[in-house]
Every structure is written in C-alpha cells, then in structure tokens.
Design a protein around this ligand. Structure first.
Ligand SMILES: NC(=O)c1ccc[n+]([C@@H]2O[C@H](COP(=O)([O-])OP(=O)(O)OC[C@H]3O[C@@H](n4cnc5c(N)ncnc54)[C@H](OP(=O)(O)O)[C@@H]3O)[C@@H](O)[C@H]2O)c1
Length: 295
C-alpha cells in the first residue's frame, strides 16, 4: 500500500495529492447496476492501494455511485477515508440542500462527509445566501466537516464565501495539460494565495492525452508513462491535487506511479508552455463568468 503525500489548506484541511473520481461509476445521469461488482471492486482496489480521498456526487448514476461507495467501504476504517460529495444546482435551496446531504449520507452509509461541495452555482431562483447558510448548518451539526464549491470563477467563489461562516476549502475545477481555463482566468493563482485546494477534475482528458509528442519524449526521459507525466505536471504545482477516475487495476497502478517524484523545473515550464492543443474554456463545464459578479 502506498503512502500518498498530502497538501494542507485553509481550516487545516488535508487532502492527499491523488484521490479517486467516480463519475460514470454506477451509470451516468441514471443508475446503471450492470457493472456493480466491477466498480465496487475498483473502489476497494483504490483503498487497498492507499487511496483515501473518494470523490462523488448525488447526481452520479442518480445516487448509485454513492451507493457503490457505501458498499465498497464496508469493513474499512471510516476515519481514514476522506469522502467528498456534491449537491446539484436545483437542490440548493435551504431545506432541499439539507435533505440532499442527508440522502447522500444514507446512500454512503456514513455519519458524516469530510467534504461537501456545491456542484454548480445555485439554479436561478435560489438565493446563494440561503445555500451557504444551509452549508454552514451542516458543518455546525457535524454532518459535514468541510465545505467547498466546484467550477467557480474567482468572483463567484468570493460571493459564495461572503455568505458562509465556515471557510470554503476547495474549488473543484477542470484542469489538465490541455484545459487551461483556470490559469487563464486567475482561479489557480487566487486559490493558491488563499489556501483553497484546487482539485483537478478531467486530469487525463478521458485518457486522450498520451499521443502528444512532448509527453512521449518526457516519458522516455523520466522512464514513466505519458499519463504519469501528465498527472505529475498537476501534482508538482502548489495547491493542486487530482482525482482521476478509473475502474481498471492496471490504470490505477499506472496512475499512482505519478506520485513520489517531480518533473524538473525546465520540463514543467516546457509542458506548461508547449503542450499542444491548449484551450481556455472547458468544453464540459466552463466557469460561469457571463453571470459573474464583483464582490
Ligand atoms: N465537479 C465537477 O463538475 C466534475 C466534473 C467532472 C468530473 N469530476 C470528478 O473528477 C473525476 C475525474 O474526472 P473524469 O472522470 O471526468 O476524467 P479523467 O479522470 O481525466 O478520465 C477518466 C477516464 O480516463 C480513463 N483512464 C484513467 N486512467 C487511465 C490510464 N492510465 N490510461 C488510459 N485511460 C485512463 C478512464 O477509463 P478506465 O476507467 O477504463 O480506466 C476514464 O475513461 C470524476 O470521476 C469526478 O469524480 C467533477
């Protein structure tokens, strides 16, 4: 079992540099039970390899991803796990949010979440002040240890924080060698300066990075695989951790080989500047600046 290094953020919140994503386990937007045993085993394999941070959401498989995690973690020491889940935008009214959190806890078969995140900015008609009040309530009641957000621009983040008593310790964002929206828009720099964890989702671009020549070249130089180089580029940056999803043991073991070493400064700069096909607005969940506010 690997001892995965950690980074520490606001509120003393600690995250390992590598966690497990679960989008598309248990289905996409609807529950799909056809791969349950493989996916439960994949989560157990991750824990057996030293992974403690498991990321999910109420929307993944319409709750089924959480149910799979609940089954997978039976028999493990809950105190050693860092369970993170997310509340969907339509469920972020005060009462709905509290109910959504309790439903997630029931599916995960746990008494508390280590991290609870807004999956998106609240849907129109829902006042963010009420949303954040509900997030505070969950912390005060001990149902949630830490709170955070996803996919928020700097101004959106400040707005959410303004309405919360407890610190927002995390902004989960699309960040990879290819997707550079958060550097372009100042979110990375802001998060680093304010001890907000940047949890990079989509780090492998769904497994589509490896053909880039620059990765192939560095893979040879460091005796690593292209994906190990791509993940190490993220982990070497201050304040950044990541949560790749995989159900395959060989991919898990490969990805964990991104840990425990660092690319040299020149190679970091080379990748940052010269990785081909960089783009500056996530094709999956772009940051919301059309509606951005000055706080
Ligand atoms: N907050 C948000 O809005 C948001 C949005 C998207 C995602 N997320 C979270 O972030 C997690 C990660 O993002 P993601 O799942 O979209 O993208 P990802 O982790 O970049 O890519 C996952 C894909 O890459 C494949 N893969 C993993 N390791 C590989 C390897 N070594 N070689 C080749 N292919 C490999 C996986 O397939 P196999 O399973 O076959 O290995 C899967 O198809 C999600 O699971 C979810 O928990 C959050």
């Amino acid at each position: 079992m690997m001892n995965i290094p950690t980074k520490t953020f606001a509120n003393g919140f600690v995250l390992p540099v590598y966690g497990l994503g679960t989008w598309q386990m248990g289905g996409r937007w609807e529950a799909d039970t056809s791969n349950d045993s493989t996916e439960i085993q994949a989560i157990k394999n991750a824990i057996d390899h030293g992974i403690t941070h498991i990321d999910t959401a109420e929307s993944y498989g319409n709750g089924h991803a959480e149910e799979l995690i609940g089954q997978a973690i039976e028999g493990y020491d809950r105190a050693k796990l860092i369970l993170a889940s997310k509340v969907s935008a339509p469920n972020q009214g005060y009462d709905d949010l509290i109910a959504a959190c309790k439903a997630s806890l029931a599916r995960l078969k746990t008494e508390y979440l280590d991290l609870y995140l807004l999956h998106r900015y609240p849907e129109p008609g829902i006042d963010i002040a009420h949303t954040m009040k509900a997030m505070d309530y969950l912390v005060d009641q001990g149902l949630v240890r830490n709170i955070g957000v996803c996919n928020m621009s700097v101004n959106r983040f400040k707005e959410a924080q303004k309405h919360a008593q407890h610190p927002l310790v995390c902004n989960q964002l699309h960040y990879s060698l290819a997707c550079r929206e958060i550097t372009q828009r100042g979110v990375l720099e802001y998060s680093q300066h304010n001890e907000v964890a940047v949890v990079a989702w989509g780090p492998l671009q769904k497994g589509m990075l490896e053909s880039a020549e620059i990765l192939q070249k560095l893979a040879v130089k460091y005796d690593k695989t292209p994906y190990q180089i791509a993940l190490n580029w993220l982990l070497t940056q201050p304040g950044v951790v990541t949560i790749p999803k995989t159900t395959k043991l060989e991919h898990l073991e490969e990805n964990l080989g991104s840990i425990g070493w660092s690319l040299g400064d020149e190679d970091m700069t080379d990748l940052t500047q010269n990785f081909p096909g960089q783009y500056t607005a996530s094709e999956r969940v772009p940051l919301d600046y059309d509606a951005d506010v000055e706080v």
